[in-house]
Design a protein around this ligand. Sequence first.
Ligand code: S3P
Length: 439
Amino acid sequence: MPAHLTARRSPALAGRMRAPGDKSISHRALILGAMATGVTDIEGLLEGDDILATARAVEAFGATVERLGEGRWRVTGQGGFQQPAGTIDCGNAGTGVRLLMGAAAGYPITVTFDGDASLRKRPMKRVTGPLADMGARFDWQGVEDRLPVAVAGGDLSAIDYVQTVASAQIKSAILLAGINADGVTTVAEAEPSRDHTERMLRAFGVEVGVLPIDGGWRVSLKGGQTLTGTAVAVPGDPSSAAFPLAAGLIVPGSEVTVQGVMLNPLRTGLFETWREMGADLTVSNRRMAGGEEIGDVSARHSKLKGVIVPPDRAASMIDEYPVLAATAAFADGATVMRGIGEMRVKESDRIALMAMGLTSCGVRVEEEPTGFTVFGGSVRGGAAVPTHGDHRIAMSHLVLGLAAVEAVTVDEPGMIATSFPGFVELMRGLGAEIAWGER
Ligand code: S3P
C-alpha cells in the first residue's frame, strides 16, 4: 500500500452511502457474546482492524467466533473467559483493551494485554485503578500506566466509583468486572457518557439500574448475574458518518446522504453543533434498529459560521472534534472548542495534531492546554500532514483537502481501516478526488 493519500479540490459531491457499523457497539457485541452462554448472532458488525483484534481476543478467551457473511458474525460463548494461551494484542484499540481488561478481571485467569505503538502510549491506570480497588492484580511489564500489563483476575468485590472524566470506557470496564464481583457495583457520572454497555447488558438479560444524580446519573448492577446470548443488530457509526457528511457541508454544490446512522443523543453532539453553525443537515426515515434510533442523515453544502461549543457537550462528540475543526476551517469566524483535554490521550494527541495540520494548511489555530480555537475563512491546503497513525486525523485532513485550494496529503493511510474500512472507495463513489500516492 502506498505510504500516502492525497485529497484535492473536488466538484460537487452527490450520492448515498451506508454508514459502517458502529465501532463502540461492535466491540461490545463481541465481548458480551463471549461472556454469555450460548449463541450471539451479530448483523452489521464493523469489520475494521480494531474490531478484528477484539474478535481474535475473545476467541483466545475461549469463545467460538465465526464469520457467516459480510458483517454477519456468530459468537458462541462459554459463559465466561477461559485462560488464554498467549498475550492478547488489541492492536490500536483503546476501547477493545480497556473493556476486555474489565471483563477479564472478573475471571480467575492471568492474562497479558498489549497493543501497537500508539496504544502503548495511552494511559491505562484510569481503568486498572478502579479494577485494582475491586481486587484485580496488575503487573506492569515495562512502564507503569502503559501496556503491556499482566492482569490476574477473579475474586472481585463491588465498588462505588465516581468518574472524574466522562469516559464510557472506564464506566464499561468497571461494569463488566462488576458482573462477576461480590455485591452491587455503581458508577456515577456527572456528565453522562455513551450508554451502549448498559443497553446491551440488558439485551443479554442483565439487570442494570440507572438513577439520576445532579446533571448526570448513577449506573448500578448486582454481581453474579449471567448473560445469555442474543441477536445484536449494529447501527451505523455516527463517528464515521461524520466524514462524508462533513465533505457534503464544505464542498460547494454537494448533497450527501449517509443511511442508517445511529442517533443516540449521547453520540450526536456534532450534529447539534453543525446545526448551530448553520449546516443544512436533515434526518429522514427515523426508525429503531438493535435497540437504538437510527436515521438517514443528509448534508448539503452550507455557509457555516463559527460557534462556541459548550464544554458539557464534549462527551457526546469527543471523537468528532477533529472533523468539526476541519469544517470550522471553512466557517466565517472562530469556533471555540474547550473542556476537551481528553482529546490529548486518544489514538494521538488530537489537539496538537489538528492544530499542526490545520496551521500547515494555512488555517489560524490557537491551541490551549484543554482546547483549541479555529479561525475559519479560506483554506489554502497544500501541505503534507503527519497523522501519527491516527485514523481520525487522517480522514479529517482528507475531507479538508476536498475543499481546499491546494491538495492535502496524509501519511499512514492504512490506519483508516481501524474504524472505516473502504473509506477511500466510498468517498470516491460520491465524487471525491482522493488518490493513493504523493501530491
Ligand atoms: C468509546 C468511548 C470514548 C471514545 C472511544 C470509544 C467507547 O472513549 O473516545 O472512541 O466505545 O466506550 P472514552 O470513554 O475514554 O472517552
